[in-house]
Design a protein around this ligand. Structure first.
Ligand SMILES: CC(C)(COP(=O)(O)OP(=O)(O)OC[C@H]1O[C@@H](n2cnc3c(N)ncnc32)[C@H](O)[C@@H]1OP(=O)(O)O)[C@@H](O)C(=O)NCCC(=O)NCCS
Length: 177
């Protein structure tokens, strides 16, 4: 079976064993490859390449199918009225999509963020995809950010963490090229 994705075709691959784990320095080249293959361009790989060595805290998770890197997600601390992280980018390479790999990466990212004491997570993305994890555009509305709008969403990592909260969100400079 062959699927079409932005005019490119690819054959879905089997994934017998999926592992999601923290990415370490020696994974960096593979992480960048996954970002490039998933987005079909350099921008997100460049962003990750800038964010990982940035002074802000980052949490980088890699998904491997049978030992091959096929997915990646990055969380980065942002300056906000509460302890918050930005989720960006999330990437799964085309031949491994629709197998819940993105879902497992996001669930693990949320769990790790919560365990690390963060109170909220922000994402700019497709609402249909992120609402399944509890992200909400309404929750993000009170926050000031250049990319505010219906695709900008927030998730509470602790019950009621965003209640009554508003103000400016400052993403690391790496996000601005
Ligand atoms: C978005 C992405 C990470 C999803 O990864 P994935 O492993 O295929 O996703 P999952 O298998 O966990 O989830 C599949 C579900 O998400 C839905 N979905 C996948 N991509 C979607 C999108 N862009 N918008 C809305 N829904 C989407 C599928 O329809 C499916 O829904 P279902 O569970 O109701 O059947 C992957 O398609 C990707 O890397 N895309 C290119 C990069 C990108 O756009 N990243 C997101 C930036 S915010």
């Amino acid at each position: 079976m062959t699927f079409s994705n932005r005019n490119k075709s690819f054959t879905p691959m089997l994934c017998n064993k999926l592992t999601v784990r923290r990415a370490v320095e020696s994974d960096h080249a593979e992480v960048l490859r996954v970002e490039r293959e998933a987005f079909g361009r350099e921008d997100e790989a460049t962003l990750v390449d800038r964010l990982v060595p940035a002074p802000e805290f980052t949490l980088s998770l890699i998904a491997e199918c049978d030992g091959r890197a096929v997915g990646h997600v990055l969380l980065t601390e942002i300056a906000a009225p509460l302890r918050a992280l930005a989720l960006a980018p999330l990437a799964v390479i085309p031949a491994y999509r629709e197998m819940q790999i993105g879902t497992q990466l996001v669930h693990q990212a949320i769990s790790d963020a919560r365990n690390a004491g963060y109170e909220a997570m922000f994402v700019l993305g497709d609402t249909l995809y992120y609402e399944r994890f509890g992200f909400s555009s309404t929750l993000a509305d009170p926050f000031e950010i250049a990319w505010q709008g219906p695709h900008f969403m927030a998730l509470e990592l602790a019950g009621g963490a965003l209640a009554g909260k508003s103000g400016r969100l400052d993403y690391p400079v790496a996000f601005f090229g």
